[in-house]
Design a binder for this molecule. Structure first.
Ligand code: NG6
Ligand code: CA
Length: 513
């Protein structure tokens, strides 16, 4: 009898163990997914990507325990197009409106369009965006005093806590599911990108009121002592506090993670650093020795450490795929005098790459790109070619999600570090110009326009002839091989035209024959 009961106990324990294991496996089929997306962080800005003058231990820990990609790309060298590609899995140059948007722009993603959050929602995910949006809101003239719609909720996010555009653009308020957070009805908000409101100070006319001076652009409404792009009036009680922004978004993230959940979740954590205006919390001021740009990178790294702690405390780490990247490459002076140039020292935001934000050279769209999933992803460095646009198809494969084939390539094995067979080719975009990465080569077609944007001091990639670089041999794009390798040049031009077709001819206004 005793033996019999022992057998039963063992059997029950075994069954319990199996059930538990099955549960874990089931959960593993539908892991939580967190996309951490920084704004203007360069390929060389992190110590895990070779920076020696800045230490980013929390992001380094992701890289150390996960896959660190050396050929990971945003689709573009500016924000809106990259975010569009990330969320829709389509090339931004297919949408003529996918350009840097003002804060009053209508929603860029069609509400009937397939998106990454919608695809996940359809297979049972709870979806949330917290942070920078910059993909437009509404359908035309927005009334910020009513629910602003369509927006993130209408393209797949159950929950949205966002800033509408960028930290340097009005309106300088947060929106929660379309409603301005903390708005007092008796002090309505008005926003205009063409004309000032009577009697409101501007950076242009009232420099004495600016605590941070503008260098180019950014001379409209002054809010919290910072001159912005665009004019805004009212909404005093709802205006954000710039130095608290990182903590504010982080607290929203923590609250979201701590909510009890009966579904897996997708969290798009779109951080504002190190985009201008760089406003580190006083805890981080002076910590990098590189001025506010370095300080906000340290602040962002700290936020990610806090995020990781929250995941651990809530026992979510082993069942969460984390993807870390940036929307475009680095810029130092992006319109404010904040000593980013003067205090740079030996730090190289672009690492070994040429160019920067706005550029068709590598530093424009090649960015830090890391995947981490405790006990599932094995640490590795991968040189596979991958684009943020590919996350949608890859994740769809992971969760059995449905999506119509688009420009997004299914590279789940690459994302998880099991394969290094990435893309064969990729079109990258920078301010409506495009270039082709094919294997180790980069083809930059001729474009009119300045070769250097003197205001931001970045080489844009414009030249009167084709440029061809072998990135494996020459990551810094010093040697144009167009004359030396005519066959390769021809092959790449053919490939480029095959994908870009008439659009390219129209945009570049060049005779392709
Ligand atoms: C530019 C702004 C720049 C930044 C950028 C958008 C001026 C002169 N420059 O037009 O400061 O806001 O747009 O950056 O206004 S992005 O990362 O969101 O694409
Ligand atoms: Ca950006």
């Amino acid at each position: 009898m005793e033996i019999f009961s022992k057998v039963i106990v063992l059997f029950l324990l075994g069954a319990g163990f199996m059930a538990c294991k099955e549960n874990v496996n089931k959960q593993n089929e539908h892991p939580n997914i967190i996309m951490i997306y920084l704004d203007d962080l360069g390929y060389g800005d992190l110590s895990c990507y070779g920076a020696t003058e800045l230490q980013t231990p929390n992001i380094d820990a992701l890289a150390k325990g996960g896959v660190r990609f050396t050929n990971g790309y945003a689709s573009s060298a500016t924000c809106t197009p990259s975010r569009y590609a990330l969320l829709t899995g389509t090339y931004p140059w297919r949408n003529k409106d996918a350009k840097i948007l003002p804060g009053t722009a209508p929603l860029l993603i069609r509400t009937d369009q397939e998106t990454l959050p919608k695809m996940l929602k359809n297979v049972g995910y709870q979806t949330a965006v917290i942070g920078k949006w910059h993909l437009g809101l509404g359908t035309g003239k927005v009334n910020w005093n009513q629910r602003v719609s369509p927006g993130p909720n209408e393209v797949g996010f159950d929950h949205a806590y966002i800033m509408a555009a960028t930290q340097d653009r009005v309106p300088t308020v947060y929106l929660e599911n379309g409603l301005v957070d903390g708005l007092d009805e008796s002090d309505p908000i008005e926003v205009d990108y063409s004309n000032n409101f009577k009697g409101q100070p501007t950076g242009k006319d009232n420099p004495e009121l600016c605590e941070m001076m503008w260098h180019h652009g950014h001379n409209s409404s002054i809010i919290n002592g910072i001159p912005r792009i665009g004019y805004m009036k009212g909404g005093e009680s709802a205006r954000w506090n710039d130095t608290d922004m990182a903590d504010h978004f982080l607290n929203k993230v923590k609250a979201f993670l701590q909510e009890p959940k009966d579904k897996p979740f997708f969290l798009y954590y779109a951080m504002q650093q190190p985009h201008v205006p760089r406003t580190p919390h006083p805890r981080f001021v002076g910590k990098s020795g590189k001025g506010p740009r370095g300080d906000v990178i340290l602040e962002a790294d700290w936020c990610i450490g806090e995020l990781m702690k929250t995941l651990e405390e809530n026992k979510l780490l082993e069942n969460t795929l984390i993807i870390f990247s940036s929307d475009n490459g680095p810029v130092l002076n992006d319109g404010y005098c904040d000593s980013a140039v003067e205090k740079l020292g030996m730090h190289k935001p672009a690492g070994p790459l040429r160019g920067g934000k706005y550029s068709l050279y590598e530093a424009g769209a090649r960015v830090p790109f890391i995947t981490f999933w405790k006990n599932t992803i094995k640490p590795a460095v991968s040189d596979a070619l991958i684009c943020q646009m590919d996350i949608m198809a890859s994740v769809a494969n992971l969760v059995d999600g449905k999506m119509t084939p688009t420009d997004s390539q299914e590279l789940l094995e690459v994302l998880l570090g099991k394969s290094k067979q990435g893309r064969e080719s990729l079109i990258i975009e920078a301010t409506s110009r495009t270039a082709l990465r094919y294997g180790d080569y980069m083809l930059i077609p001729p474009y009119e326009g300045d070769s250097v944007n003197e205001l931001v001091n970045i080489e844009l990639g414009n030249a009167s002839n084709y440029q061809l670089y072998n990135l494996r041999m020459d990551i810094g794009q010093h040697e144009n091989l167009a004359n030396e390798e005519p066959e390769m040049l021809k092959e790449l031009i053919d490939k480029f035209i095959e994908v870009r077709g008439e659009d390219y001819a129209e945009i570049s206004k060049l005779d392709l024959k």
